[in-house]
Design a protein around this ligand. Structure first.
Ligand code: GNR
Ligand code: NI
Length: 176
């Protein structure tokens, strides 16, 4: 297991469309373990493989509260097969966009079909924070970020801020 470096905005890797996992083997399970370790270290409630630079359609989530037992969940090749008409507004953040938070409106409930770490096909009906997190993570698999769901004015502000942060980091490294 390893904590892996996070890919941060505006890295174009975050805009890649991830490819399906062809076979759930030990390498895929090892990647899931790295994703969970990286997510817990951050800490975050979810992580998509592309956030550690692996363009594969898999994500991990743990929405258990601080006082609860950890409840890691691995979703391979997840697909939203149904969404509620009812919507929900939740404040979202993203480990790839550190320290920025904004309200996002999404369907309140979703049904997700996926493959688990044993390679079994499953279906999950989710609401609340789990539904929000699943939609946020599945967006990542398609190169979509939560800032794509806010106003263009706010999005442009955030992207500019992170472009500048990346620029400011670059020369420091070149100078050593
Ligand atoms: O840690 C995270 N918290 C969060 C809060 C509200 C909605 C979505 C999330 S996911 C985020 C971790 C992350 O960036 N996953 O891609
Ligand atoms: Ni995210």
């Amino acid at each position: 297991m390893a904590i892996r470096p996070l890919v941060i905005l505006p890295d174009p890797v975050l805009r890649q469309v991830s490819r399906p996992v062809e076979r759930v083997d030990d390498a895929v399970r090892a990647l899931a373990d790295d994703m969970l370790e990286t997510m817990y270290d951050a800490p975050g409630i979810g992580l998509a493989a592309i956030q550690i630079g692996e363009p594969l359609r898999m994500l991990v989530i743990d929405v258990a509260g601080k006082e609860e037992e950890p409840a890691p969940q691995v979703f391979i090749n997840p697909e939203i097969v149904a969404s509620s008409d009812a919507v929900n507004v939740h404040e979202e953040g993203c480990l790839s966009i550190p320290d920025y938070y904004a309200d996002v409106e999404r369907p309140a409930g979703v049904t997700v079909r996926y493959v688990d770490r044993a390679g079994e096909s499953r279906e999950l009906v989710a609401d609340g924070l789990l539904a929000t997190a699943l939609q946020h993570e599945i967006d990542h698999l398609n190169g979509v970020l939560f800032i794509d769901h806010i106003s263009k004015l706010k999005r442009d502000m955030v992207v500019r801020r992170f472009r500048k942060l990346a620029r400011d980091r670059q020369p420091a490294r070149l100078v050593g």
